[in-house]
Design a binder for this molecule. Structure first.
Ligand code: SAH
Length: 347
């Protein structure tokens, strides 16, 4: 049976070639053709012998999840729908900014963490994406951008799912994204965002990529209400893990903080947010809540309240940015992603 090229890391492909009686350096040659030059037609791989070129199509395929639809927002954001098999789909979002083109990728269909404010979490975990389905989001969007003379500059694992709940596939995909014989992206351009799976945070440190943490509450009481995972690992444990990461990686942690009216948006919250993060090298991204039918009881605060919250932190010298709401006209903003199946049910 043929195997999917996009499921292999380089040493694994080397072993595979040895298993089928070929030289292991063929793996490097293939990596260079596919990831380096974007060529998946064996006949064009001129440094591979003719006999092997004839044999390879029976050994390896190049299957990536097909792009089913694309949506274009008036602010330049794009959203893509990918068929990831078994009748399931995921969404990825391309976000332009002044000097960046960031791709927000999904790692799971549905999610078991059930954060109250997140649309993805209204659907239980249905499928953990394999390496090819994660890479496929990057490959398909890169291809489209190449025609426009553009390139993805940053990748964030902030789409559907909890990346540290599917850590094996996520870090395998990251290895290919980073590998100089793969897509050759700097580790500092790759960010893994977690809702707080504390014991797995060291994996992010080890992979050398950037860490983002969805904080969203400044006391255990409110955070546990919004994010049930907090009952397993408390704020104190989470913050300690973040501090450790920042020190070992010598890198700032990004704290994401969703502003929800009456729940997380008071000036007391701002003060507490400062207090609990002040000893950690970090920056804070405040994200005004994006409303959706999965959580009708939650509301976005007023502009005045959002500004007051941000100003309070700025005055204390915190490095705080407000994340612009992008792509909400195509339901591509933070917390608005879901599978096509779930969208049909809930909207
Ligand atoms: N599971 C990962 C990645 C997905 S969520 C994590 O929790 O970090 C990506 C970000 O979107 C998180 O920071 C989350 O707090 C935020 N988010 C989720 N729902 C939102 C909503 N409705 N409005 C604004 N931000 C939201």
């Amino acid at each position: 049976m043929e195997k999917n090229f996009y499921q292999f890391r380089l040493p694994e492909l080397e072993s595979y070639f040895q298993e089928i009686g070929e030289k292991k350096f063929r793996a490097t040659q293939l990596f260079k053709w596919v990831y380096g030059r974007g060529i998946v037609d064996f006949q064009k791989m001129t440094d591979i012998s003719k006999t092997l070129r004839e044999r390879l199509p029976q050994m390896l395929s190049f299957h990536l999840p097909p792009m089913q639809r694309r949506f274009q927002s008036k602010d330049g954001t794009r959203k893509y729908l990918f068929d990831v098999g078994d009748g399931y789909s995921v969404e990825s979002v391309l976000i332009p900014s002044k000097d960046r083109l960031t791709l927000c990728v999904s790692s799971e269909v549905g999610c078991n963490l059930a954060c109250r404010f997140c649309l993805t979490g209204t659907q239980k975990l249905k499928k953990k994406l394999d390496m090819a389905s994660i890479l496929g989001q990057y490959v398909a969007v890169s291809k489209e951008l190449r025609l426009e003379g553009k390139k993805i500059t940053n990748i964030v694992f902030m789409g559907m799912g909890e990346p540290l709940d599917n850590e094996e596939n996520v870090f395998r995909a990251i290895e290919i994204l980073h590998n100089p014989l793969g897509f050759n992206l700097s580790r500092k351009k790759i960010t893994v965002s977690t809702a707080g799976l504390v014991p797995k945070i060291p994996l992010v440190t080890k992979a050398g990529v950037r860490l983002a943490v969805s904080l969203n509450g400044t006391t255990d009481e409110i955070r546990s209400y919004l994010m049930p995972i907090n009952k397993k690992w408390s704020l104190m444990e989470l913050l300690a893990a973040c501090k450790k990461h920042a020190e070992e990686a010598r890198d700032k942690v990004t704290f994401e903080y969703v502003l929800i009216k009456g729940l997380t948006d008071s000036l007391r919250d701002a003060d507490r947010l400062y207090d609990i993060t002040k000893d950690i090298p970090c920056k804070i991204n405040i994200i005004p809540f994006n409303e959706h039918p999965g959580a009708p009881e939650l509301r976005r605060p007023s502009e005045e309240q959002i500004n007051a919250f941000q100003q309070r932190l700025i005055k204390k010298g915190v490095h705080v940015l407000r994340r612009r709401t992008m792509g909400d006209d195509i339901f591509a903003a933070c917390g608005q992603l879901t599978s096509a199946q779930q969208r049909e049910k809930i909207f």
